[in-house]
Design a protein around this ligand. Structure first.
Ligand SMILES: [Zn+2]
Length: 143
């Protein structure tokens, strides 16, 4: 863990809390690990949790714990970071140089987008100008 060498902080963003760079983060750097207990995917499917990160066919990480800083990272359709799964661990890496003050965001992937984001409207920087939906659904919508 890169403690003492803080690259980011949790701050209020347009959509709630978000993770923001406080130092310049060069491209291709490990930023933070997405941490939490592993749960079987059958359980994930029965749950309405929003913080599961699928790592393979069988398992997901339940990232809802407060110590999982990576859960504050918002989705973006034009991300500056990406989540890379290596074995059963997930790290968020910078995809490009991130300047201090910039929000760190990655693409949550098609499944999450269609299951959750699409219903409430994407509020990422790229999409926010075209957002016209203000519904407050937080549940996994029916597909
Ligand atoms: Zn978007």
């Amino acid at each position: 863990m890169d403690q003492g060498d803080e690259l980011f902080t949790v701050k209020r963003s347009a959509t709630g809390l978000g993770l923001f760079a406080i130092k310049r983060i060069p491209r291709g750097k490990k930023i933070v690990e997405y941490t939490g207990p592993c749960v079987p995917n059958e359980e994930v499917e029965k749950s309405n949790g929003k913080y599961f990160f699928g790592v393979n066919k069988r398992w997901s990480i339940d990232g809802s714990g407060r110590d999982n800083i990576a859960r504050y990272i918002n989705h973006s359709c034009a991300p500056n970071a990406e989540a890379i799964i290596n074995r059963d661990r997930v790290w968020i890496w910078s995809k490009k140089t991130i300047q201090p003050g910039e929000e760190i965001a990655y693409d949550y992937g098609k499944e999450y987008f269609e299951g959750i984001i699409k219903d409430i409207g994407c509020k990422c920087a790229k999409c926010s100008h075209s957002t016209h939906s203000h519904r407050n659904g937080s549940r996994n919508g029916s597909k």
